[in-house]
Design a protein around this ligand. Structure first.
Ligand code: NAP
Length: 262
């Protein structure tokens, strides 16, 4: 009998984990995607798309599908799903592991303002009085910045914001990472950027801008990650696989006395 695993995905790590679990003959893996992207790349294993209907909906799903373990591999800024998974796994008595890439940490030479939210980021911009800002916050989080009418923004997004807030001074740059160091240096130089606003997503795909900023003494307003529930945590796919091995061992122990009795 195959044990059923649910991966809450939407990140690179979730694809890598799904690929690694595909080699386990004793598992049946379902990936869950929120459905924000049209025509998403499908991970290895089965895929379901769309919300569950809050923690209660996810609890029902875990019970109905007889899920034995959940991996929360959603993005570090997708906090609601993390809390939903925590509540649902608790209610359905299903073990939960959070797999999350480490956050970026400031290094010598960095000029970061670390902020809790976008209101604080806007206030920091008002205090610092920058002129030309690279806004790399995601297309759905632009609104708080649109009122800053004396700052020119280079808005970088993967897909067009819809609707696009009305910025008095802005240029939209559609591009998808990963971004290498040379192209990030060129971007900052070509646009004469003096400040970057971004989220502490971690990982290597979008970290080159931080090195380029450090080299140039450019300020970075870095939004901190939202608070997450206290759950077992792995910071690599390898760590997640090790955690699963301990679960498998437990399942074996649970099965063996039953088999011996039968
Ligand atoms: P969120 O605020 O944590 O989630 C909002 C709602 O979307 C959840 O309550 C849930 O709906 C549904 N949802 C989220 N992730 C899901 C998943 N993997 N499978 C099924 N339903 C899911 O998340 P978000 O910030 O909107 O992000 C949505 C997805 O995009 C996530 O899967 C995340 O990994 C990915 N993503 C987010 C960011 C970011 O910066 N936020 C960046 C890159 C990728 P129900 O309550 O109905 O279950």
């Amino acid at each position: 009998m195959k044990e059923r695993i649910l991966i809450l995905g939407g990140t690179t790590e979730a694809y890598v984990l799904a690929e690694a679990l595909a080699a386990h003959d004793d598992l049946r893996v379902t990936n869950s995607l929120a459905g924000r992207t049209t025509d998403p790349r499908l991970p290895a294993g089965e895929t379901r798309i769309g919300g569950f209907g809050g923690p209660e909906g996810l609890t029902d799903y875990l019970r109905e599908q007889r899920i034995r373990a959940v991996f929360d591999v959603t993005h570090p800024f997708a906090a609601s799903m993390g809390w939903n998974a925590y509540q649902a796994c608790h209610a359905a008595h299903v073990p939960l592991l959070r797999l999350e890439r480490p956050a970026w940490i400031p290094e010598a030479g960095d000029r970061w303002d670390q902020v809790e939210g976008w209101d604080e980021a806007v206030n920091t911009l008002i205090q610092n009085r920058p002129q030309r800002v690279l806004l790399a916050v995601g297309r759905q989080e632009l609104v708080p910045f649109a009122g800053l009418d004396d700052i020119w923004f280079l808005i970088r997004a993967v897909t067009p914001p819809d609707p696009m807030p009305e910025f008095p001074l802005a240029e939209l740059l559609l591009s998808r990472g990963p971004f290498d160091l040379d192209s990030e240096r060129k971007l900052l130089d070509d646009h004469d950027i003096d400040t970057i606003v971004c989220k502490n997503s971690g990982g290597v795909a979008t970290s080159a801008k931080l090195i380029a900023a450090r080299e140039r003494g450019i300020r970075v307003i870095m939004r901190q990650r939202p608070q997450r529930p206290e759950t077992p945590l792995a910071t690599s796919v390898e760590g997640a696989l090790n955690w699963l091995e301990t679960r498998k061992e437990k399942w074996r122990c649970e099965r063996e006395p039953a088999q011996a009795a039968g």
